[in-house]
Design a protein. Structure first.
Length: 133
């Protein structure tokens, strides 16, 4: 009787352990799927922003790897690859934003220089007019 009670406890503990393992794997799978979806969304944004195609292709490779690992049932490897692709796409978007801001800054600098030049020209004309009077 003692052995049967111990066996039942072991069976219950084993059942709980297997249930926790299944839930853990299911949550990892959901995380992988979510990461892949986020990466695909960022890819769409990066392409729409006309970001560097070379840098996008690096992120694409990681996304393909994530999908391949996911299909093979290797959730941990898929999650790592998906997260790396997310980081690559974020980097591409950040670089694209920085490049855009740098271009805007250069245009503004040229406008300021043109305005300064125009101001100096007007100032010179005003001084000439004052001298003539």
């Amino acid at each position: 009787l003692i052995y049967d009670g111990g066996f039942m406890k072991i069976k219950q503990i084993l059942g709980v352990f297997l249930l926790m393992l299944f839930i853990g794997c299911a949550s990892n799978q959901a995380l992988v799927d979510s990461s892949i979806q986020q990466a695909e969304s960022l890819k769409t944004t990066a392409v729409a922003n006309k970001a560097s195609t070379v840098k996008i292709s690096l992120a694409d490779e990681k996304l393909k790897e994530a999908k391949k690992q996911n299909e093979a049932g290797k959730t941990e490897e898929a999650l790592l690859a998906a997260e790396e692709s997310l980081l690559q796409y974020r980097l591409v978007l950040a670089q694209s934003s920085l490049d855009g801001l740098n271009n805007d800054y250069e245009l503004l600098e040229k406008e300021v220089q043109a305005a300064e030049s125009y101001k100096n020209e007007l100032k010179s004309k005003l001084e000439q007019i004052r001298k003539e009077k």
